[in-house]
Design a protein around this ligand. Structure first.
Ligand SMILES: [Fe+2]
Length: 542
């Protein structure tokens, strides 16, 4: 009997471990069909009313030219309406009709411009110009608007944002791209000869304890010198009721203080940053953007340079009101980072900043490489050399010491972290994230996790949602209408069922992490970026 049980367990193990990542490749395979608004029933016990906007990488090629980095692909918006008083979910999926996408369709080839990596085969310049000339011109003329890493709402307008200062406005009712956001300030300062290309993909609402936020956002941009060596990183407010958008400068960091003796400019790459009600916290990784490459039409991956003499450094900006001071903290070891989970001042006055980190630049890692992800052997091998983990930075303002506390390990890669945004900038207990290599063998073995930071040493710290052969998107937390606790709400994501070759909307009870509703969607969804839920905001669709 024991032998039978062991054999059954072994067979189950073999079956599960061979089916665990079947269809993972579909996250990196074109799924770009337009879907007209299609409605389904929603459980009436789910008290959600609003719109979930989750962009996906949707088209991996044009003509014979294939993208080689996933974040370069043409994007699609997947809009899911939760209409509580009708107990309905309505789904609309539409390719983003950007200038870059339309131009590429006209050419039947990937249009000029700089992005992460060159296509395969490499593009040819249309017309009489030769690469890199046409890439430079496309960038200068703002034609490379393939922007969909994140979505934010300023006043009544919706903007798609990425790691550049160029936001793209989208009509959330028609899902039509309205064009580049109009900023009052120019992206080129002719007086000081600085150009603003790089920004943060994660603008943050200003945390206002007790009330949440007043609708204003704070973001970050990098003013890089065309000549000279001074780079300025600027934190600024975007007010909720202005058009064109006005940047109100809160603080400016001059970056040469971070890398003493560096010949030329140090131009940082800052995907995200931290905020409390009165502190701005910016992490600088030992990475320089050689912007000369931009003018030579190079791809982003060729512009990243290691800065071997630089430690990872944190700048704390006090009193983000224009009259600020800056404190510099050097981390004890070099690390690279992508996402800032949360930042707050702890009871002992140390600043706590939780970030996702790696021991190399994540934006050129195997995780974002399309050919590697399409090949199981290559992606599993890649996972042996790369993984993201969650690290807590404890910044002691009295001793000037930074302590790095690993919260997860890179053996199971963890990223796409989210929290209850009502706890942004204050002490919190929970984050939610995606995990890869969950079974410690296959990179495509994925899970959604809930991490209880307040339970360390007391009860299970991590709770999982997972299904064999299902690949979830970033799990976002949405509170119930009247939440009674930090985790009293829902976790929402889309998940690809690899074997069935279809995607579903999945809703979890965020307290238990158990599924409470799911709906198969009309068109499969490939690799997604950051989804957002806009409460009580529904499109005008008559
Ligand atoms: Fe991000």
């Amino acid at each position: 009997m024991l032998q039978h049980a062991l054999l059954a367990s072994l067979l189950l193990y073999v079956t599960l471990s061979t089916t665990v990542d079947v269809g993972y490749e579909l996250l990196f395979t074109t799924s770009n069909a337009p879907v007209e608004r299609t409605c389904y029933d929603l459980d009436d016990k789910i008290d959600l009313n609003g719109t979930y906007m989750v962009p996906s990488t949707a088209q991996m090629e044009m003509g014979i030219e294939k993208f080689t980095t996933i974040l370069d692909a043409f994007g699609r918006m997947n809009r899911i309406e939760f209409i509580h008083n009708q107990f309905k979910l309505c789904v609309t999926q539409k390719m983003l009709d950007t200038k870059f996408y339309n131009r590429s369709k006209e050419l039947d080839a990937v249009a000029p411009g700089s992005f992460f990596t060159e296509t395969d085969p490499p593009r040819k310049c249309p017309g009489p110009l030769h690469l890199p000339g046409c890439n430079v011109i496309a960038m200068m003329e703002k034609e490379v608007d393939n922007t969909y890493v994140n979505t934010i709402k300023i006043g009544d307008s919706f903007f798609l944002v990425t790691d550049t200062h160029d936001w793209v406005e989208i009509d959330m009712s028609t899902l039509h791209i309205k064009g580049n956001a109009a900023w009052k300030q120019s992206s080129m300062d002719m007086k000081t000869m600085h150009i603003t290309e790089i920004g943060s993909a994660h603008p943050l609402p200003l945390p206002m304890p007790g009330t949440g936020s007043n609708g204003d956002y704070i973001s970050l941009k990098v003013n890089a010198p065309v000549r000279g060596s001074k780079t300025f990183v600027e934190l600024f407010t975007v007010h909720s009721d202005t058009s064109p958008l006005v940047e109100d400068t809160l603080a400016t960091v001059e970056t040469s203080i971070l890398v003493p003796g560096m010949p030329g400019a140090y131009i940082p790459y800052v995907h995200s940053f931290g905020l409390t009600a009165d502190l701005g916290v910016i992490t600088f990784q030992p990475l320089n953007m050689n912007m000369d490459g931009l003018f030579k039409g190079k791809m982003l991956a060729d512009m990243f340079e290691d800065v071997p003499q630089m430690a990872s450094t944190v700048i704390v900006i006090t009193s983000i009101d224009g009259k600020n001071t800056q404190e510099v903290y050097i981390a004890p070891e070099r690390f690279w980072f992508v996402h800032t989970i949360n930042t707050y001042v702890d009871d002992d006055k140390t600043i706590v900043m939780d970030v996702t980190t790696a021991d190399q630049n994540p934006l050129t890692s195997p995780a974002v490489n399309i050919p590697i992800n399409l090949n199981k052997t290559a992606r599993d091998a890649g996972a042996k050399s790369f993984g993201m983990s969650v690290t807590r930075l404890r910044i002691n303002r009295a001793t000037k010491e930074v302590i790095l506390e690993p919260l997860t390990t890179a053996i199971r890669s963890t990223d796409f972290t989210r929290i209850n945004t009502q706890y942004s900038g204050i002490k919190y207990c929970y984050f939610y994230a995606n995990e890869w290599s969950h079974n410690l063998e296959a990179y495509g073995s994925m899970a959604v996790l809930k991490y209880n930071l307040c339970a360390m040493g007391k009860e299970p710290v991590v709770t999982y949602w997972r299904r064999h052969g299902w690949f979830p998107s970033e799990p976002i937390y949405v509170p119930r209408e009247e939440p009674q606790a930090e985790d009293d709400g829902y976790i929402i994501f889309v998940a690809l069922n690899g074997a069935a070759e279809e995607s579903s909307l999945v809703i979890l009870n965020s307290t238990t992490m158990k599924t409470i509703h799911e709906q198969v969607l009309p068109s499969r969804i490939a690799f997604t970026t950051h989804g957002q839920f806009f409460r009580n905001t529904l499109p005008s669709v008559l």
